[in-house]
Design a binder for this molecule. Sequence first.
Ligand SMILES: [Zn+2]
Length: 105
Amino acid sequence: MFCPKCKSEYREGFYKCADCDVYLVSELPQTSTDESGDKFVQVFSTYNQGEIAFIKSVLDGEDITYFFQGESSTMLIAAGAYARLLVKADEADRAREILQELGFL
Ligand SMILES: [Zn+2]
């Protein structure tokens, strides 16, 4: 389930976004665009803060352009939301390979 407003992902059983107070939808488009117009693709999602920190350090080291959506709100994660890893479209394949090597995918 996803929040149509902040795009956070929730586990089954949640029906409203804790942050936005809007009803969740079952599907979101798997791509989004940042302020500069670059296209980003979701490659991974997790609600484990340790995984997020680890993946960030690896992707930083590999010069991958990415961001975690929903990760800024620890409240959300406590409420069962996922943080979604979005990677710049032309680097998404490389990011998937890295995550595969690390055993995340
Ligand atoms: Zn929301």
